[in-house]
Write a protein that binds this ligand. Structure first.
Ligand SMILES: [Zn+2]
Length: 333
């Protein structure tokens, strides 16, 4: 049986900003192979693990592998690195954080002295890799190199897990865990570990076109409203169970899929809650408008501090999501 924490630790420590998901994909492929009939990648970098049933319907699950990143745009004469964003970096939350390039070079993100720390712009932030000058910096980092958050994952008290990139590696863990004990189903199952979600749901688009599924289920994190003075009000909370998405900014989930997921969760005794995410999207946004349309829903993991260098979720919610993904393999409307 896959250990959720250890697998998250491994995936969170792998380098995988949008467009460079290979290292993450390689780890996932090794873990998925014993439980799939076929594991392959497409041209956009999606990793797809397929488990044949009896051809009743094609069900596509999708969890994105890619993470946010900081891409170097300029190296100045003092050896400081200036960068642009890959995905939705929350600038006021990242200065002071430690980042790491693929070759292991570490740096600290900071803000220049004349900037307004309350409303920093991308051009106010730089990465200090400890280089004494530009020549020294260029020996370690090139223009176009990408840095990712460099933080350890750790278990907190009361069943909580803190880790960088729970968004969305924890959903990759959930799909892998579900694959290890698949129910017998007449459906053909496609577990997609998608690329470039953070840049506008790009990988899931080509994956869904290629697979041409009847049903799509995205698995991703969602906001958790149980933190001090959180606005806007959000009903989802840690320990509230698997969140069944009603809508987000990218999708209105098909009401029959929502109903089916709620019914099966009730039948199986899986704790669940409803989710409406007012900002942000998921792979469901691309899947449901593929070809002539796909019956689509989403299962979400309530997560605090999404897109921060470290995020927090609850292990019991992860477990509920694993059970719900397993149950959803059998979907039939
Ligand atoms: Zn995500």
């Amino acid at each position: 049986m896959l250990n959720v924490f250890e697998t998250q630790q491994k995936l969170a420590a792998a380098f995988g900003p949008s467009g460079q998901e290979n290292d993450v994909a390689n780890i996932i492929a090794e873990l998925a192979k014993p439980f799939a009939d076929e594991v392959y990648t497409d041209r956009l970098g999606n990793l797809i693990a397929c488990k044949k049933g009896e051809g009743q319907a094609k069900v596509m699950f999708s969890a994105h592998m890619d993470s946010l990143g900081l891409i170097v745009t300029h190296i100045d004469e003092n050896g400081f690195l200036w960068f642009s964003n890959i995905g939705g970096l929350a600038l006021w939350r990242i200065y002071g954080s430690v980042v790491r390039f693929r070759n292991g070079t570490r740096g600290i993100v900071f803000i220049h002295g004349k900037a307004d720390p309350k409303e920093p712009k991308l051009s106010d932030l730089y990465i200090d890799i400890g280089a004494k000058d530009e020549t020294s910096a260029r020996k370690k980092v090139q223009i176009g190199d990408v840095a990712v958050f460099d933080q350890p994952a750790f278990l907190m008290g009361d069943g909580l897990l803190a880790s960088p990139y729970l968004d969305d590696r924890i959903a990759c863990v959930i799909l892998l865990a579900a694959m290890q004990e698949l129910p017998k189903t007449a459906n053909d199952l496609y577990f997609v570990f998608s690329s470039q979600e953070e840049l506008g749901i790009r990988g899931a688009k080509t994956a869904a076109y290629g697979i041409d599924p009847d049903y799509g289920i995205a698995v991703d994190v969602t906001t958790s409203g149980d933190i001090p003075k959180y606005k806007p009000k959000m009903e989802c909370k840690l320990h509230g169970g698997a969140a069944i998405k009603i809508m987000d900014a990218s999708v209105i989930c098909h009401p029959h899929v929502v109903q089916w997921l709620e019914d099966v969760a009730d039948r199986e005794g899986i704790l669940h809650q409803r989710e409406i995410l007012q900002q942000g999207g998921t792979d469901a946004g691309a899947i449901h408008v593929t070809r002539s349309g796909v019956y689509t829903g989403a299962i979400s993991i309530p997560t605090r501090y999404i897109h921060n260098p470290v995020e927090i979720c609850a292990l019991d919610d992860v477990d509920a999501c694993i059970r719900l993904v397993r149950a959803a393999c059998d979907i039939s409307l």
